[in-house]
Design a protein around this ligand. Sequence first.
Ligand SMILES: Nc1nc2c(ncn2[C@@H]2O[C@H](COP(=O)(O)OP(=O)(O)OP(=O)(O)O)[C@@H](O)[C@H]2O)c(=O)[nH]1
Ligand SMILES: [Mg+2]
Length: 367
Amino acid sequence: MKIKKYKAPSMPEVMKQVRKDFGTDAVILQSRQTKSGGILGLFKKNYIEVVAGYDPEPVKPAKKAPIPKEAPARKEAVIQQADAPVSKEMEQIYKLLEAQSRQMQLQLTPNEQLMYDRLIRQEVLPDIALTIVQEANKQASGEADKIDALKQAVYKNIEQRLEGLRLDFTYYHKIIQFVGPTGVGKTTTIAKIAARMQLTENKRIAFITLDTYRIAAVEQLKTYAKILHIPVKVAYNKREYHQYMEQLQDYDVILVDTAGRNYRDEAYLKDLADWINPNDVTNYLVLSMTAKPKDFLDIYGKFDAIGIHGLILTKLDETEQYGNILNAVFHYPDIRIGYMTNGQGVPEDMLNPTVKQLMHCITGDGQ
Ligand SMILES: Nc1nc2c(ncn2[C@@H]2O[C@H](COP(=O)(O)OP(=O)(O)OP(=O)(O)O)[C@@H](O)[C@H]2O)c(=O)[nH]1
Ligand SMILES: [Mg+2]
């Protein structure tokens, strides 16, 4: 790659010089504002300094390149905007140069790059976005140069992955425990599920709470229990928990609220596992869609150790990025999603997800 430094009073003037030397294939590697000239440090003038590069042998198209297992870290050209007003034409040049620079890093065609960027904006993890786009490129069989064909292939690829999911609130035991990090909506979701089971399935429900960590937590569940006419027991230790399980055997379903704790607290997870036999209870992990992508997977991984039968995804209404769903499906292809919740209203803000809804969430496109 040829690299050259340019300096001029404004960005358009610098770019004129860059284009004169390298044409439109140049990549801006760095730009900054400097001062120079003047007398005794006074009357210095502002200049824009740009380092531009040009590769006379650009990277070959993606089709011939081997598919990397992991996406390389995305390095973007450092472009510090100058104070000088930037014309529309210049903005377009910046965008083109940025896209070219990223393409060179990932070895993607412009259409692949567009679809990749779109998935990244939805917070799909980079290695997953890259795999999907490259697989879709192959599936689009020769049509991938048309953006619509590639888009449809990407959607199809995602849909095929979603079809492996189990989308229902199934439980294998009378006792269903709701576990998860702090404040994700465990208690609220328990109330929603209880109300729904009473209304639509005519089930006899009882509550047990293991959340004696905060006084308000017990009161919160008791309030819902009162409204729904459901008995509630508060277990302060493992012995009491087992005792209440026995006492409540006549009920159809026992919904168990647990304390939200820091999932990085190994002792908490060990306690949770020690209190129950995974063969006796169904565990639903409650996760908020607002969690950061890496944390979301990390939390799942940590709780998986105690035996997770399904997921409840909460707070859909608090975000517009749903890449977490795709990231989870990628790592755990046969997980179950029991319910998704989209608001604080009990019991109405809860839905049974369908593949179509999940697609809509992930792509933001309703397809
Ligand atoms: N926007 C929105 N808020 C929700 C949703 N579900 C629950 N919440 C709110 O999230 C907050 C925490 O809900 P809780 O049910 O107390 O959460 P928790 O997981 O039991 O919390 P801890 O017991 O403290 O760990 C409350 O203000 C709920 O109303 C949802 O789907 N959307
Ligand atoms: Mg709670």
